[in-house]
Design a protein around this ligand. Structure first.
Ligand code: NDP
Length: 525
């Protein structure tokens, strides 16, 4: 323990800073990424077990995770866990909680610091898994790994802060304190779109706070989660603290959510699954001694507003990056551009021009900007929305599928009505709706007309309008004169309003509170 404390003291000498993004124009970085891609390519197609209490179990039934750029290439075979295995994982996590909850916060944090260090060393390797498994470009994959490192580093420090003395008002004749204790077993259910960052963030926040975890990764990105499990094993995290359970959301997801020994569910994903979890978790079956907590981060339909005072080139660049980065598959993606009449045609023209320069194709190559969408279901759903868009707007670029992978061209519909379905519903693909507003007032109304409230941007040089937007643009993450994607851990605590979820503010100072409960202890002197 002395060594742990010494290491932590050294770490805390410098404040938290974000992991820098890799500069791939440097030859050594480019080469390192190419080598990691070759390495991962040589590891494709293996069979992976569940990990329950440190035991590796390969089940009878498996499913394949495939490369969306090349669907006949299997990334890995994973066990479809049974209901019994899901319940066994919860049981083991509950047993492990009895010892893990007594491990001092410093020691828990030290596992995160060690994992952050190891992930820094394996950065290109983690990037490569995402390039293959979910079709990220180099830059997108690298941003994802950087965020995962940031979460580890940030939550470790946050736990140390929470474990320290908390301010309570002194009362005469009493010694008072407030301590944060863990909740119990958490079901951690991340999405595939930030398969490293969000999965690592939700899992590490859980166990650094003293909880034990059953991690059920998304079925389209289990290989990356498995790499994280390997890393946790290597840094010596005790068996049973994080249990790895692959399988379909509808089978094992429901089982985990319903299990009375689960104390909380940390979920990031679609609105519909989030609502299902919210409802099921509210039940209190006989023998369950608590109200389950739900931490739910859900979808978005995020808008970028541009007024007539804005720098139109900067706005156009941001609209393109927000709409088409990672093929528009971000909860924060700017899938609606709401532009005032006066500059509408100009902005549309600039955006279309920039969009036409985007490269799409082989993401194992460094210069490719866009890859495929994640799977066949996603592709079909997006293509259906594109057909709908042809009725609801004017197709100005894109609109087609390019095979054999799940590639969809960056697509823009102009003159979309604010109430059109492609204006209001989350498509989760490279489809951008351009909406014309009479003036700034109307633009702001349109920006607020969806059921979501995750991110939004305003491009304007009018200070009064920025101030008004600060109050009235109802989103969890509001940006001025910059894109609406790319939240940074620490700098932009992330989470949305309304149907975007419970506003958990991942990567912010309030996040770990969601994974703890506060106990007030008072002693008469
Ligand atoms: P899904 O809701 O389809 O899946 C998310 C996770 O839930 C997966 O692990 C999935 O497993 C699991 N799941 C599915 N059904 C159930 C169930 N009945 N009970 C419990 N778990 C279940 O979302 P996607 O993975 O497709 O992710 C995209 C969505 O995530 C978008 O809507 C996006 O906006 C949102 N998102 C929100 C963020 C935010 O911070 N607000 C950040 C990132 C994404 P399986 O894969 O096996 O089906």
């Amino acid at each position: 323990m002395a060594k742990v404390l010494e290491d932590i003291k050294g770490r805390l000498q410098t404040p938290f800073t974000n992991a820098p993004f890799t500069d791939f124009s440097k030859e050594e970085n480019k080469r390192a990424q190419e080598e990691a891609i070759a390495q991962v390519r040589s590891e494709l197609g293996q069979t992976y077990p569940l990990i329950i209490g440190g035991k590796k179990i390969i089940g009878e039934k498996t499913f394949a995770s495939v490369n969306p750029s090349q669907p006949d290439q299997v990334i890995g075979h994973f066990t479809s866990a049974t209901v019994e295995q899901a319940n066994e994982a919860v049981k083991v996590a509950a047993e492990t909680f009895e010892s893990w909850k007594h491990v001092p916060a410093e020691e828990r944090a030290s596992y995160l610091f060690a994992a952050a260090d190891l992930m820094r060393q394996r950065r290109f390797y983690f990037n490569a898994w995402m390039i293959f498994e979910v079709g990220k470009s180099w830059v997108e994959a690298d941003g994802d790994t950087a965020e995962a490192i940031d979460f580890l580093e940030y939550y470790a420090r946050e736990m140390l802060r929470l474990a320290g003395d908390q301010p309570v008002t002194p009362l005469p004749g009493e010694e008072n304190k407030l301590v944060y204790i863990p909740l119990g077993v958490g079901a951690v259910i991340p999405p595939w779109n930030f398969p490293n960052a969000i999965m690592v963030g939700m899992t590490s926040a859980s166990f650094v706070a003293g909880n034990t975890v059953v991690l059920k990764p998304a079925s389209t990105s289990p290989a990356i989660a498995y790499q994280f499990m390997r890393l946790l094993e290597e840094v010596g995290l005790p068996a049973g603290v994080v249990n790895f359970l692959t399988g379909s959301g509808s089978v094992v997801g429901d089982t985990l959510v319903d299990n009375p020994s689960v104390r909380y569910i940390s979920f990031t994903g679609s609105r519909d699954v989030g609502l299902r979890i919210y409802e099921r978790a509210s039940k209190t079956p006989k023998g369950q001694r608590w109200l389950k907590r739900t931490i739910l981060e859900m979808g978005g339909k995020d808008g970028i507003v541009v007024d007539e005072t804005a720098d139109l080139d900067a706005a156009a660049t941001a609209i393109v990056a927000s709409a088409f980065g990672f093929q528009g598959q971000k909860c924060s993606a700017g899938s609606r551009a709401i532009v005032v009449e006066q500059v509408y045609d100009k902005v549309l023209e600039k955006v279309v021009e920039k969009t036409k320069t985007l490269t799409m194709g082989d993401v194992t190559q460094p210069t490719t900007y866009m890859g495929p969408v994640v799977d066949e279901n996603a592709m079909k759903k997006i293509l259906e929305y594109i057909e709908l868009g042809k009725q609801e707007g004017r197709l100005v670029t894109g609109g087609k599928h390019q095979g054999p992978g799940y590639f969809i061209e960056p697509t823009i519909f102009a003159d979309v009505a604010p109430e059109a379905r492609i204006s209001l519903e989350e498509i989760f693909g490279p489809v951008l709706a351009f909406i014309k507003a009479k003036d700034f007032d109307e633009a702001l109304d349109i920006a607020n007309n969806t059921e979501y409230g995750l991110t939004g941007s305003l491009f304007s040089n009018d200070e009064q309008r920025l101030e008004r937007a600060s109050e009235e643009f109802h989103v969890g993450n509001l940006y001025f004169n910059r894109k609406c994607t790319g939240a940074m851990v620490g700098g932009h605590p992330f989470g949305g309003f309304n149907m975007s979820g419970t506003d958990s503010k991942a990567g912010g100072p309030d996040y770990l509170l969601l994974f703890t409960q506060a106990k007030s202890i008072s002693k008469k002197k």
